[in-house]
Ligand binder design. Structure first.
Ligand code: CDP
Ligand code: MG
Length: 931
């Protein structure tokens, strides 16, 4: 106490207990800190003048007065009342939430004895039927079926069971059926409701179809599926539902104890998706409250012990598969067999992959080791970086022709990283340039397999090819475990896949192509040995394989956490810092705090980390909260169509594809489409408009071809836009489900407004361009630009802003940064300061050296007279109130309503931006060095 008292009395806050030298050091540090602070203060540079001309300001003020007058007539009180109710809803913690739902469900009667008898009878009849018998015979060949009795017993005896078995042994299709049929035949069918989660939409549908077929029933009878926006639910009782993991997470929000489920199967947990990891952690909380709930975890043979440990060494049941042997060949062997020669000229022109620099140090020592075993011509090819992976699509096509020529019957399954390689190989096989390809073209049945394909197209992939034809399936990672195609005998493993990564330090999330792991290769190999001995052709060398990691990094460790934190809030799991460490792999604390900070800045969470009404809406949307906020505001502000185009393309992918060697032509096309708006995002909107127009004129093929656009992606984007609109309609933000409806697009032509809303949505991803200098006769420009964490960035060459100068504003928002040779903004929209001031956060006004300013997030300072500052800050308060009100009572803002005055006021402020550009000089180069 004494010491504490003494230290408190010190004015400078020197900590107690320091000795002589330490005291000296303490003051030295203090002086340094102060100097730094002082320098920081001086560093504030006040940017352009954003003061609004008096005439305009007066009109803005008038609108605001009208709005206020309307508010005072009573609405405010209602807001306060609703806000209270909302807060109460949020104040219920997880334990209370659980108790609440327990009470609600205590009278739930699952069993019904007359139904039990009926079900039993129906089952007996079904077992007699010839079609069932025939299919049952097939099922009996699956390894899982030979363990039927043991599995049933193990489930009876344990609350949690881990089933491990190689892919294709029958876990997904058989285990749920075994349990359902067992409970029906024991006269307990009415209490049996089985839910089995699948990692992907396509597997939920195809498995449900398969299982209905095996049961000789129509889909939707005892077996059904449920995926987002699409379902074919089975009967209420005595049923199996295959659903995506996301759907189950959503159901937990309404019924955290899953009272309507008797058996829950978590499938494919070895994939370590965020969703299954989350569900496992949630199950650990749920299980003690639901002693009757059975949980079955199912995994391929990948690090299964981790799951067993996580569930307190729960019993593990192993199903050994009956796999045929699969021969493993590597790149060097494939080169020796096919005698393929790479066209080095063609491959040199392609943009080099970022991980190609490690090729030489890897391959040279290996070549020395295997010199005696391979022909020197083979080694020469092996030395080329383009020989590996899927850099050369013609090489893969050539290998397919080799198999067709030399090998006996059997389907070929090719693993490539993503959609662009699928379509490239697909095109190469169907429109071959070489005679060899032309000879085989009509003998091939080529199936692309990709998670975004419409479900109808996905089924045909399972059918056997008619005689004389060979089935070739080109797939992403989804055919690795979650989709099983029986007749595959040959697997071509390019070894490449797309993986999202997240760098906590730079807060950059990106989707990159990289090498697979040993675990992936093992699974892929297994796909070849299902019906007979098979061959796996790996398009990488043994040396490459030695460098690959054992298993993939769990997704949660390479993800941004904003959406996850928001959805946990809906489950009443309030403290992410406490919850994440309970997961099988916990994300770093810094990733958690970065996410919370962002959620706070976009006003999804308040300063206490509580969900705001806006946050609740964002949590319910299936997209990134920043994108969610953007489309929500666009609904209120009635410019839905352009903004949903932006949100769809940013959440899914750009509709542009870049053929090898054509980068510049693609960039030119984008620039044409951008109409010089200095915005990659408005360009996307124009692109979709252009596509629609061309479609009406039946010229969409040309339009897509000339502009390097993927029609499939464009169609998918339209579907997503439609989904967003339906979602916003369902939560009453829109009066129509059509994103092109006139009422939702009254302001869609107003570019300054679009710019501001894109800015508001992508905020706080900001960059400030300090200088841009045109060089080389105005064909290129050098940019000196920084993001607000002080990192130097550049426009990516594929951005329409790259190489441009003469911007009307020096502020940009972006969605993604990417680090390759430099740090790049992959996409950017020029925004005006006023948009930042209206839609940004931490807006303050003040005076420095007798200059009045207004600042955003203590980062961007603009000269601004006090009158403008006062009006703008007042307007921000009204906007906040409006958002709160709309979050509580969702409805579009009616034209000529009082709230519409606010939009008019904002529009007025934004419309003067164009004038700012004229007298706004770029800072000179010497000024920059101070920044
Ligand atoms: O889950 P696991 O990988 O252990 O195997 P499964 O998905 O239950 O597959 C067992 C068998 O069902 C496969 O060998 C396929 O013959 C068949 N199946 C199918 O024909 N169509 C599907 N959509 C899924 C499975
Ligand atoms: Mg499975």
């Amino acid at each position: 106490m004494q010491r504490g008292g003494r230290s408190q009395s010190r004015r400078d806050g020197r900590p107690p207990g320091l000795t002589g030298k330490e005291i000296g050091l303490y003051y030295k540090n203090l002086a340094r800190e102060r100097k730094k602070e002082a320098k920081n203060e001086n560093k504030i540079k006040i940017g352009c003048d954003v003061s609004v001309p008096p005439g305009v300001l007066t009109r803005v003020k008038e609108y605001m007065e009208q709005l206020k007058a309307a508010r005072e007539t009573g609405q405010e009180q209602l807001d306060a009342k609703f806000q209270d109710q909302f807060r109460h809803l949020l104040s219920v913690n997880f334990d209370a939430f659980i108790e609440e739902t327990k009470k609600q469900n205590q009278d739930l009667q699952l069993r019904n004895s007359s139904l039990d008898a009926q079900l039993e009878e129906l089952q007996r009849e079904r077992f007699q039927r010839a079609d069932f018998q025939e299919r049952y015979k097939e099922r009996m060949k699956l390894p899982t079926m030979s363990h039927a009795a043991e599995i049933i017993k193990a489930v009876e005896k344990n609350q949690v069971l881990l089933i491990v078995g190689s892919t294709g042994c029958g876990k997904t299709t058989q285990v749920p059926q075994l349990l359902l049929d067992d409970s029906i035949s024991k006269g307990m069918g009415s209490g049996c409701r089985i839910v089995c989660t699948q990692p992907r939409r396509i597997s939920a549908i195809t498995v449900a179809e398969r299982v209905s077929y095996e049961r000789a029933e129509a889909l939707g009878h005892s077996v059904g599926y449920q995926i987002r926006l699409e379902s074919c639910k089975p009967r209420e009782r005595a049923s199996i539902t295959y659903c995506t993991t996301g759907i189950l997470l959503q159901q937990l929000q309404g019924d955290p104890l899953l009272h309507n489920v008797s058996v829950l199967l978590l499938d494919e947990i070895h994939e370590r998706s965020v969703e299954t990891d989350l569900l496992m952690a949630l199950l650990k909380i749920i299980l003690p409250h639901r002693p009757a709930l059975k949980v079955i975890l199912m995994s391929a043979t990948v690090r299964e012990q981790d799951f067993c440990n996580y569930f307190n060494t729960c019993p593990m049941f192993r199903i050994e598969g009956v796999m045929h042997p699969v021969e493993m060949l590597y790149l060097e062997d494939v080169l020796a067999l096919t005698k393929y020669q790479f066209d080095t000229r063609k491959n040199k022109r392609a943009r080099p992959r970022s991980d190609q620099s490690d090729h030489r140090p890897m391959i040279e020592p290996y070549i020395r080791r295997v010199r005696d075993r391979y022909d020197s011509k083979v080694l020469e090819q092996l030395r080329l970086p383009c020989s590996e992976g899927c850099a050369d699509i013609d090489f893969i096509a050539n290998l397919i022709y080799y198999i067709c020529t030399m090998k006996s019957e059997g389907a070929i399954l090719v693993f490539v990283p993503g959609y662009s390689q699928i379509s490239e190989l697909h095109n190469t096989l169907l429109n071959p340039r070489l005679a060899l390809g032309q000879r085989w073209r009509d003998h091939l049945l080529v199936y692309p397999l990709h998670s975004m394909l419409p479900s109808v197209e996905q089924q045909s992939v399972f059918r056997r090819a008619p005689s004389g034809k060979r089935k070739v399936i080109i797939s992403t990672i989804i055919a690795e475990t979650s989709v099983t195609i029986d007749d595959v005998v040959y697997v071509i493993n390019t070894g490449r896949t797309k993986v999202s990564s997240y760098d906590i330090e730079t807060n950059i999330q990106s989707l990159e192509e990289c090498w697979v792991t040993h675990a992936n290769t093992q699974q892929r190999k297994g796909r070849a040995g299902r019906v007979q001995p098979g061959i796996c052709y790996n398009l990488f060398s043994r040396a490459r394989e030695a460098l690959m990691s054992e298993v993939p990094t769990p997704e949660i460790l390479r993800s941004k956490l904003e959406s996850i934190i928001l959805s946990l809030k809906l489950l009443h799991i309030d403290d992410p810092y406490a919850f994440f460490p309970t997961m099988i792999d916990a994300p770093a604390q810094k990733a958690v705090s970065t996410a919370i900070n962002l959620l706070n800045r976009i006003e999804a969470l308040d300063n206490h980390g509580q969900l705001t009404p806006l946050g609740m809406h964002l949590a319910r949307m299936p997209i990134d909260p920043q994108m969610g906020k953007m489309i929500l505001i666009s609904a209120l502000f009635r410019c839905l169509d352009p903004i949903t185009s932006v949100a769809a393309a940013l959440s899914y992918k750009s509709p542009f594809y870049t053929p090898m060697d054509k980068e510049q032509r693609v960039d030119e096309a984008k620039r044409r489409l951008s109409q010089n708006m200095r915005s990659d995002h408005i360009m996307l909107h124009y692109t979709i408009c252009g596509y629609r127009e061309s479609r009406q004129a039946h010229r969409d093929r040309d339009f897509c071809y000339n502009n390097f656009l993927s029609k499939m992606t464009l169609q998918q984007l339209e579907r997503m836009k439609q989904q967003f609109s339906e979602l916003l309609y369902n939560s009453k933000f829109l009066t129509s489900t059509n994103c092109m409806d006139e009422s939702s697009n009254m302001n869609s032509e107003k570019i300054p407004l679009l710019r501001a809303i894109i800015g508001g949505g992508l905020y706080p991803n900001m960059a400030h361009l300090c200088t841009s200098r045109q060089i080389k006769n105005r064909v290129r420009a050098i940019h000196k630009m920084f993001t607000d964490d002080g990192r130097r960035v550049n426009f990516h060459p594929s951005s329409v802003n790259s190489g441009k100068s003469g911007f009307d504003s020096n502020y940009f928002v972006y969605f993604q940064r990417q680090k390759s040779t430099d740090l790049f903004l992959l996409d950017a929209t020029m925004v005006f300061p006023m948009a930042l001031i209206i839609f940004g956060d931490g807006v303050e006004s003040g005076v420095i050296d007798s200059t009045h300013y207004i600042s955003v997030a203590k980062t961007y300072y603009f000269k601004c007279n006090p009158e403008t500052a006062a009006v703008v800050i007042d307007l921000r308060t009204s906007l906040e109130l409006l958002l709160l009100e709309k979050a509580l009572y969702p409805a579009p803002i009616k034209e000529n309503s009082d709230a519409y005055k606010l939009i008019r006021a904002i529009e007025l402020l934004l419309s003067i931006d164009d004038k700012i550009g004229e007298d706004y000089d770029l800072m000179s180069a010497d000024e920059i060095d101070d920044i």
